[in-house]
Design a protein around this ligand. Sequence first.
Ligand code: ZN
Length: 236
Amino acid sequence: MSDKKDFNLTPGEKEQYKPVTAEITCSHCGKKDTISLRACVNVSLHPEEKQQVLDGSFFMYTCPDCKEKTAVSYPLLYDDMGKALMIYLLPGQTEEALSKLNAQQETWSEDMLKAAKVCTMRAVRSINELAEKIKIADAGLDDRFVELSKAFVFAQFLKQNPGFTAVQVLFERQDDKDGLVIFSKDGKKFWAEFPDGLYDEVVSMFEDRVKNESKTEYELIDANWSMKILSNITNS
Ligand SMILES: [Zn+2]
């Protein structure tokens, strides 16, 4: 796959969510193709696309020659107006792309800024993280407290599994139980459940610190973010 993070996604306001064209090279047979990528998925207008984002099929490209399937990850806005949720997938140089994206706010219309004030605005690095944010919202939870809860539960998991190397830790709700799906280096999956009452306890512990920000910027709420919050607490 070629240059998938080099799209220029900083067009003027009117064309902001027009599809972008990209060159793709099949990693299996080398066939070159030009594909059209949508810059925005609005699940209020197209509810059927939410499941496609969640299961990854939205991002799947099938080579016309050899039929090899590849996930194409590229800058995409996931917009759920019903949940007042906007998540920007920014693969690659995420921090850099994020500051560029937030700097564009100067060009936003008044309506956009008004919407931004009431929306939860997030940036994520990967398709999996995008799906995780959607699942957190579906579970009716606040992703900031989920991220802090993850830090506690994952620390506990590491204590019980010394030497374990995780490549990804994602929130899930399975059969009414909240917990973490932990992926090991060798591709194994582990489940670590949130202890009863943990999330509520985290909310009451951190609510003052976390709640009172009304931001109109896309934010990366991830393990680094929760580490910052937690280290501020231990240092103060
Ligand atoms: Zn191919």
